[in-house]
Ligand binder design. Structure first.
Ligand SMILES: *Cc1c(COP(=O)(O)O)cnc(C)c1O
Length: 381
């Protein structure tokens, strides 16, 4: 079958595994550590939960279909997916990465991968010349986040994938912000897609999870070998929560986007707001590229207020919107990147990326947009 995206969120493209005999509509949670063997030298295909679990497998099937990959591996968190993926590299390998990445990914590269002999060059991957110039003889990977966090820069995935192919390196894209509902990096030439499922995919601010989706069988096999060894697999109940979350991904993403567009427009007109970064706005520098490669612009936006005191005042006076550091859930959250998500990024680098004490990032939830605007209005006065 070739179902549309909103159907795939609920059913995938094919059939679920035929191990369920009761007809339960909701996929069962297989809460078990091990599985009994029918005989000596025999297996049901399920031996031990670190290696196989039906609930996790069902979720991986849906994600593979949503991202148009050949396989998906589900992890205990987004960072578990990123760190397992980076294990595919060897000491001496070089990586070109977006300079405005999720702070946790930068910390993973600096604290873990650099110690193990992997080298990184950070560039603005929206600038294709800068990407090409950063490539070295030993470059094995280009690692991109688009839109970036928090400045919402857009990288042309197809163009970067052409550069990656020319230099025989892999392209990985962190697709957490747009989800496969709005963007499919594998269709644009990426080799690997990484996700924090904690965000929009699960969607309710209530569990952690991560994915690696790939268009190459051998990458999937190596990544599975790594997670089987290192152990950061997704628990059955968390797999079920994410399966349930994804069922409503299409309606949530539409509403996140509708609210974000309205709030971006409202913020632009506010006298205490300086700049608004949202790729759905026509004047955003990445708007055209985003319009070409995505089906939507998502629910994340960043803005600068006139001074640091305004930012503090807003964070201390929002009531409906909560001051917290995650994103992608039904509840609207406001983040202060310089002390939260990007606190580990050296100040000089933060400033170079446009992040300072006046920068605020909002994950626009799916509440009534008039209520959200009223909350912002009273917190900005
Ligand atoms: C949150 C996030 C991660 C890390 O995911 P966790 O589930 O928190 O481990 C990675 N990339 C991006 C873009 C994120 O927003």
């Amino acid at each position: 079958m070739n179902y549309a995206l909103d159907t795939v969120c609920i059913h995938g493209q094919g059939q679920r595994e035929g191990i369920e005999t009761t007809g339960a509509i909701s996929f069962p949670i297989y809460q078990t550590a091990a599985y009994a063997h029918p005989g000596v030298g025999q297996s049901t295909g399920y031996d031990y939960n670190r290696v196989q679990n039906p609930t996790r497998k069902e979720l991986e099937r849906i994600m593979t279909d949503l991202e148009h990959g050949v396989d998906t591996i589900a992890f205990a968190s987004g960072m578990a997916a990123v760190s397992a993926f980076m294990e595919l590299l060897k000491p001496g390998d070089h990586v070109v990465a977006t300079d405005d990445l999720y702070g946790g990914s930068i910390r993973q590269f600096r604290l873990v991968n650099e110690k193990n002999g992997i080298r990184f060059t950070y560039v603005d991957t929206a600038d294709l010349t800068a990407v090409e110039e950063a490539i070295q003889e030993n470059t094995k990977l280009i690692y991109v986040e688009t839109p970036t966090n928090p400045m919402m820069q857009i990288t042309d995935i197809r163009a970067v994938s052409d550069i990656a192919k020319k230099h025989h390196c892999l392209l990985a894209v962190d697709n957490t912000f747009l989800t496969p509902y709005f963007q499919n990096p594998l269709d644009l030439g990426a080799d690997v897609v990484l996700h924090s499922a904690t965000k929009y995919l699960e969607g309710h601010n209530d569990t952690l999870g991560g994915f690696l989706v790939t268009s190459h069988k051998e990458i999937a096999e190596r990544a599975r070998e790594i997670v089987k060894t290192t152990g950061a697999v997704l628990a059955p109940f968390d797999a079920w929560l994410i399966l349930r979350g994804i069922k409503t991904l299409s309606v949530r993403m539409e509403k996140h986007q509708e609210n974000a567009l309205a709030i971006a427009g409202w913020l632009q007109k506010h006298p205490k707001v300086k700049d608004v970064y949202y790729a759905g706005l026509a004047q955003h520098p990445g708007h055209e590229t985003a319009a070409k490669q995505c089906r939507g612009y998502g629910g994340m936006l960043t803005f600068h207020v006139d001074k640091e005191e305004t930012a503090y005042h807003l964070l201390e006076h929002i009531r409906l919107i909560q001051f917290a550091e995650s994103l992608g859930g039904t509840e609207s959250l406001m983040t202060y990147p310089c002390t939260q998500t990007h606190a580990d990024v050296p100040e000089e680098k933060r400033r170079a990326n446009g992040i300072d004490g006046t920068t605020l990032r909002m994950s626009v939830g799916i509440e009534n947009v008039e209520d959200l605007i009223r909350d912002l209005e009273q917190a900005l006065t």
